[in-house]
Design a protein around this ligand. Structure first.
Ligand SMILES: C[S@@+](CC[C@H](N)C(=O)[O-])C[C@H]1O[C@@H](n2cnc3c(N)ncnc32)[C@H](O)[C@@H]1O
Length: 260
Protein backbone atom coordinates (compact mmCIF):
# COMPACT_ATOMS: atom_id res chain seq x y z
CA UNK A 1 0.00 0.00 0.00
CA UNK A 2 1.64 3.25 -1.10
CA UNK A 3 0.83 6.79 0.09
CA UNK A 4 0.38 7.86 -3.52
CA UNK A 5 -2.98 7.66 -5.27
CA UNK A 6 -2.91 5.12 -8.07
CA UNK A 7 -5.30 4.20 -10.86
CA UNK A 8 -7.80 1.72 -9.33
CA UNK A 9 -7.44 2.94 -5.71
CA UNK A 10 -10.54 3.81 -3.68
CA UNK A 11 -10.54 7.37 -2.34
CA UNK A 12 -12.71 9.29 0.11
CA UNK A 13 -13.75 12.57 -1.53
CA UNK A 14 -14.63 14.78 1.44
CA UNK A 15 -16.43 18.12 1.42
CA UNK A 16 -18.00 17.94 4.89
CA UNK A 17 -19.56 15.45 7.34
CA UNK A 18 -22.66 15.07 5.22
CA UNK A 19 -21.22 15.41 1.73
CA UNK A 20 -18.54 12.81 1.12
CA UNK A 21 -18.19 9.95 -1.30
CA UNK A 22 -16.06 6.85 -1.80
CA UNK A 23 -15.07 6.37 -5.41
CA UNK A 24 -12.69 4.18 -7.38
CA UNK A 25 -10.09 6.27 -9.20
CA UNK A 26 -10.22 5.52 -12.92
CA UNK A 27 -7.77 7.08 -15.36
CA UNK A 28 -9.54 9.18 -17.97
CA UNK A 29 -12.78 9.38 -15.92
CA UNK A 30 -14.30 12.09 -13.75
CA UNK A 31 -16.10 12.34 -10.40
CA UNK A 32 -19.38 14.24 -10.75
CA UNK A 33 -21.38 15.81 -7.89
CA UNK A 34 -23.63 18.83 -7.54
CA UNK A 35 -20.69 20.48 -5.76
CA UNK A 36 -18.44 20.11 -8.77
CA UNK A 37 -16.44 17.80 -10.97
CA UNK A 38 -13.01 16.34 -10.23
CA UNK A 39 -10.79 14.81 -12.89
CA UNK A 40 -9.39 11.51 -11.60
CA UNK A 41 -6.27 12.15 -13.70
CA UNK A 42 -5.58 15.15 -11.42
CA UNK A 43 -5.37 12.75 -8.43
CA UNK A 44 -3.22 9.96 -9.87
CA UNK A 45 0.41 10.15 -8.69
CA UNK A 46 -0.39 12.64 -5.90
CA UNK A 47 -0.42 11.78 -2.16
CA UNK A 48 -3.53 10.85 -0.17
CA UNK A 49 -4.50 13.81 2.03
CA UNK A 50 -4.37 16.47 -0.71
CA UNK A 51 -6.89 19.24 -1.14
CA UNK A 52 -8.23 19.74 -4.62
CA UNK A 53 -10.51 22.31 -6.20
CA UNK A 54 -13.46 21.14 -8.29
CA UNK A 55 -14.33 22.81 -11.60
CA UNK A 56 -16.82 25.00 -9.70
CA UNK A 57 -14.23 26.17 -7.13
CA UNK A 58 -15.24 24.01 -4.13
CA UNK A 59 -12.34 22.55 -2.14
CA UNK A 60 -12.48 18.80 -1.50
CA UNK A 61 -10.10 16.71 0.61
CA UNK A 62 -8.94 13.41 -0.86
CA UNK A 63 -8.21 10.68 1.69
CA UNK A 64 -7.60 6.98 1.83
CA UNK A 65 -10.94 5.60 3.12
CA UNK A 66 -10.75 4.55 6.78
CA UNK A 67 -12.12 1.21 7.98
CA UNK A 68 -15.27 3.00 9.16
CA UNK A 69 -15.70 4.73 5.76
CA UNK A 70 -15.47 1.40 3.96
CA UNK A 71 -17.90 -0.33 6.32
CA UNK A 72 -20.48 2.38 5.75
CA UNK A 73 -19.90 2.14 1.98
CA UNK A 74 -20.68 -1.60 1.96
CA UNK A 75 -23.99 -2.49 0.37
CA UNK A 76 -26.02 -3.28 3.49
CA UNK A 77 -28.70 -5.92 3.31
CA UNK A 78 -28.58 -6.39 7.08
CA UNK A 79 -27.95 -4.36 10.18
CA UNK A 80 -24.16 -4.23 10.49
CA UNK A 81 -21.77 -4.05 13.44
CA UNK A 82 -20.45 -0.49 13.45
CA UNK A 83 -17.02 0.68 14.56
CA UNK A 84 -17.99 1.59 18.14
CA UNK A 85 -19.00 -2.03 18.78
CA UNK A 86 -16.46 -3.66 16.43
CA UNK A 87 -13.59 -1.81 18.15
CA UNK A 88 -14.44 -3.07 21.62
CA UNK A 89 -15.01 -6.62 20.31
CA UNK A 90 -11.45 -6.66 18.94
CA UNK A 91 -9.86 -5.31 22.12
CA UNK A 92 -11.87 -7.27 24.70
CA UNK A 93 -11.54 -10.57 22.83
CA UNK A 94 -7.86 -10.00 22.05
CA UNK A 95 -8.33 -10.37 18.29
CA UNK A 96 -5.09 -9.24 16.69
CA UNK A 97 -2.40 -10.18 14.18
CA UNK A 98 -2.28 -13.93 13.70
CA UNK A 99 -5.67 -14.69 15.32
CA UNK A 100 -7.86 -17.38 13.78
CA UNK A 101 -11.46 -16.26 14.23
CA UNK A 102 -14.84 -17.89 13.60
CA UNK A 103 -17.64 -15.46 12.69
CA UNK A 104 -21.37 -15.89 12.02
CA UNK A 105 -23.57 -14.62 10.38
CA UNK A 106 -21.60 -12.95 7.68
CA UNK A 107 -24.55 -10.66 6.87
CA UNK A 108 -23.22 -7.79 4.75
CA UNK A 109 -19.61 -8.70 5.59
CA UNK A 110 -19.00 -5.46 7.48
CA UNK A 111 -17.65 -7.15 10.60
CA UNK A 112 -15.83 -9.77 8.50
CA UNK A 113 -13.94 -6.90 6.89
CA UNK A 114 -12.93 -5.41 10.27
CA UNK A 115 -11.90 -8.84 11.60
CA UNK A 116 -9.86 -9.58 8.48
CA UNK A 117 -7.99 -6.29 8.88
CA UNK A 118 -7.27 -7.06 12.55
CA UNK A 119 -5.94 -10.60 12.03
CA UNK A 120 -3.51 -9.45 9.34
CA UNK A 121 -1.79 -11.63 6.74
CA UNK A 122 -0.85 -14.31 9.32
CA UNK A 123 -4.36 -14.73 10.73
CA UNK A 124 -7.63 -15.95 9.25
CA UNK A 125 -11.37 -15.35 9.48
CA UNK A 126 -13.77 -18.25 8.89
CA UNK A 127 -17.24 -16.83 8.38
CA UNK A 128 -20.54 -18.75 8.25
CA UNK A 129 -23.70 -17.45 6.55
CA UNK A 130 -26.84 -19.54 6.13
CA UNK A 131 -28.56 -17.46 3.42
CA UNK A 132 -27.28 -17.71 -0.13
CA UNK A 133 -28.30 -14.13 -1.03
CA UNK A 134 -26.46 -12.72 2.01
CA UNK A 135 -23.44 -14.90 1.30
CA UNK A 136 -23.26 -13.63 -2.30
CA UNK A 137 -23.77 -9.99 -1.26
CA UNK A 138 -21.07 -10.19 1.39
CA UNK A 139 -18.66 -11.87 -1.01
CA UNK A 140 -19.19 -9.00 -3.46
CA UNK A 141 -18.58 -6.38 -0.75
CA UNK A 142 -15.51 -8.12 0.60
CA UNK A 143 -13.96 -8.80 -2.80
CA UNK A 144 -13.76 -5.03 -3.37
CA UNK A 145 -11.78 -4.21 -0.23
CA UNK A 146 -10.60 -7.24 1.70
CA UNK A 147 -7.67 -9.55 1.22
CA UNK A 148 -9.67 -12.71 0.41
CA UNK A 149 -6.63 -14.85 1.24
CA UNK A 150 -7.43 -14.13 4.89
CA UNK A 151 -11.11 -15.07 4.67
CA UNK A 152 -12.86 -18.41 4.23
CA UNK A 153 -16.58 -18.05 3.56
CA UNK A 154 -18.90 -20.95 4.38
CA UNK A 155 -22.45 -20.88 3.06
CA UNK A 156 -23.74 -22.96 5.96
CA UNK A 157 -25.90 -22.91 9.10
CA UNK A 158 -23.36 -22.61 11.91
CA UNK A 159 -25.61 -24.58 14.28
CA UNK A 160 -24.88 -27.62 12.09
CA UNK A 161 -21.25 -27.49 13.13
CA UNK A 162 -18.03 -25.48 12.89
CA UNK A 163 -15.45 -27.02 10.57
CA UNK A 164 -12.35 -25.45 12.13
CA UNK A 165 -10.82 -26.23 15.54
CA UNK A 166 -8.41 -24.71 18.04
CA UNK A 167 -9.48 -21.15 17.20
CA UNK A 168 -8.71 -17.91 19.03
CA UNK A 169 -12.21 -16.38 19.09
CA UNK A 170 -15.82 -17.04 18.08
CA UNK A 171 -17.79 -13.91 17.20
CA UNK A 172 -21.54 -14.15 16.60
CA UNK A 173 -24.11 -11.72 15.25
CA UNK A 174 -27.15 -13.88 14.56
CA UNK A 175 -30.65 -14.37 15.89
CA UNK A 176 -30.02 -17.52 17.98
CA UNK A 177 -26.52 -17.32 19.48
CA UNK A 178 -27.48 -19.61 22.39
CA UNK A 179 -27.63 -22.49 19.91
CA UNK A 180 -23.92 -22.04 19.12
CA UNK A 181 -22.60 -21.96 22.70
CA UNK A 182 -21.61 -25.67 22.90
CA UNK A 183 -20.07 -25.76 19.44
CA UNK A 184 -18.13 -22.57 20.20
CA UNK A 185 -16.70 -24.17 23.34
CA UNK A 186 -15.67 -27.27 21.41
CA UNK A 187 -13.61 -25.31 18.86
CA UNK A 188 -12.18 -22.56 21.09
CA UNK A 189 -8.76 -22.73 22.69
CA UNK A 190 -9.14 -22.74 26.51
CA UNK A 191 -9.46 -19.29 28.06
CA UNK A 192 -10.25 -17.73 24.67
CA UNK A 193 -13.32 -15.63 23.94
CA UNK A 194 -16.89 -16.23 22.85
CA UNK A 195 -18.50 -12.97 21.71
CA UNK A 196 -22.14 -12.43 20.88
CA UNK A 197 -23.63 -9.22 19.53
CA UNK A 198 -27.41 -9.00 19.95
CA UNK A 199 -29.87 -6.16 19.40
CA UNK A 200 -32.31 -7.29 22.10
CA UNK A 201 -32.15 -8.08 25.80
CA UNK A 202 -34.21 -11.24 25.28
CA UNK A 203 -31.46 -12.66 23.05
CA UNK A 204 -28.84 -11.67 25.63
CA UNK A 205 -30.76 -13.40 28.42
CA UNK A 206 -31.09 -16.64 26.48
CA UNK A 207 -27.41 -16.57 25.54
CA UNK A 208 -26.24 -15.89 29.12
CA UNK A 209 -28.57 -18.63 30.43
CA UNK A 210 -27.00 -21.12 28.00
CA UNK A 211 -23.50 -19.97 28.98
CA UNK A 212 -24.17 -20.28 32.72
CA UNK A 213 -26.02 -23.63 32.46
CA UNK A 214 -23.10 -25.45 30.88
CA UNK A 215 -20.52 -24.68 33.58
CA UNK A 216 -17.96 -24.47 30.76
CA UNK A 217 -17.67 -20.70 30.64
CA UNK A 218 -16.12 -18.10 32.89
CA UNK A 219 -16.18 -14.30 33.16
CA UNK A 220 -19.54 -13.90 31.42
CA UNK A 221 -20.38 -10.24 30.97
CA UNK A 222 -22.60 -8.10 28.76
CA UNK A 223 -21.94 -4.48 27.84
CA UNK A 224 -23.47 -1.73 25.75
CA UNK A 225 -21.32 0.95 24.15
CA UNK A 226 -22.72 4.46 23.83
CA UNK A 227 -21.04 7.02 21.63
CA UNK A 228 -21.87 10.63 20.99
CA UNK A 229 -20.07 13.25 18.99
CA UNK A 230 -19.19 16.64 20.44
CA UNK A 231 -19.69 19.75 18.30
CA UNK A 232 -16.69 21.95 19.04
CA UNK A 233 -17.45 25.60 18.24
CA UNK A 234 -16.35 28.83 19.96
CA UNK A 235 -18.60 29.31 23.05
CA UNK A 236 -21.08 26.74 21.72
CA UNK A 237 -19.32 23.44 22.36
CA UNK A 238 -21.81 20.72 23.24
CA UNK A 239 -22.88 17.21 22.25
CA UNK A 240 -24.69 16.89 18.94
CA UNK A 241 -28.48 16.75 19.24
CA UNK A 242 -28.66 13.43 17.45
CA UNK A 243 -26.89 10.28 18.40
CA UNK A 244 -27.23 6.60 17.61
CA UNK A 245 -29.46 5.57 20.51
CA UNK A 246 -29.02 1.83 20.41
CA UNK A 247 -27.21 -0.69 18.27
CA UNK A 248 -26.64 -3.86 20.26
CA UNK A 249 -25.49 -5.52 23.46
CA UNK A 250 -22.23 -7.44 23.45
CA UNK A 251 -21.78 -10.55 25.57
CA UNK A 252 -18.31 -11.93 26.27
CA UNK A 253 -17.38 -15.24 27.90
CA UNK A 254 -14.15 -17.18 28.28
CA UNK A 255 -13.89 -20.90 27.58
CA UNK A 256 -12.96 -22.84 30.72
CA UNK A 257 -10.45 -25.64 30.23
CA UNK A 258 -11.64 -29.21 30.58
CA UNK A 259 -8.75 -31.07 32.23
CA UNK A 260 -8.59 -34.81 31.87
C1 LIG B 1 -27.38 -9.01 11.48
S1 LIG B 1 -26.74 -10.01 10.23
C2 LIG B 1 -25.00 -9.98 10.49
C3 LIG B 1 -24.36 -8.67 10.07
C4 LIG B 1 -22.86 -8.68 10.11
N1 LIG B 1 -22.37 -8.81 11.46
C5 LIG B 1 -22.29 -7.43 9.47
O1 LIG B 1 -21.65 -6.62 10.19
O2 LIG B 1 -22.46 -7.23 8.26
C6 LIG B 1 -27.17 -11.62 10.72
C7 LIG B 1 -26.88 -12.68 9.67
O3 LIG B 1 -26.84 -13.94 10.32
C8 LIG B 1 -27.32 -14.89 9.41
N2 LIG B 1 -27.68 -16.08 10.20
C9 LIG B 1 -28.72 -16.23 11.05
N3 LIG B 1 -28.71 -17.45 11.61
C10 LIG B 1 -27.61 -18.10 11.11
C11 LIG B 1 -27.06 -19.40 11.30
N4 LIG B 1 -27.62 -20.27 12.15
N5 LIG B 1 -25.92 -19.73 10.64
C12 LIG B 1 -25.35 -18.85 9.77
N6 LIG B 1 -25.85 -17.61 9.55
C13 LIG B 1 -26.95 -17.23 10.21
C14 LIG B 1 -28.49 -14.19 8.73
O4 LIG B 1 -28.84 -14.78 7.50
C15 LIG B 1 -27.93 -12.77 8.59
O5 LIG B 1 -27.33 -12.60 7.33
Amino acid sequence: MTDVIEDGDYVLIFLDGKRNWIRKVMAGEKFHSNKGIIDFDDLIGRPFGIKIESHSGRTFQIHRPSQTDIQVYFARNTQIVYSKDAGIILIEAGISAGSRVIESGTGSGALTWILSQAVGPTGHVYTYEVREDMYNGARKNLAKFADMERITMHQKDITEGIEEENVDAVVLDLATPWLVVDEAHRVLKPSHFFVSYSPTIEQVMKTCKALHERGEWGMVKTIEVLQREILVRENKTRPTTWMVGHTGYITFARALATER
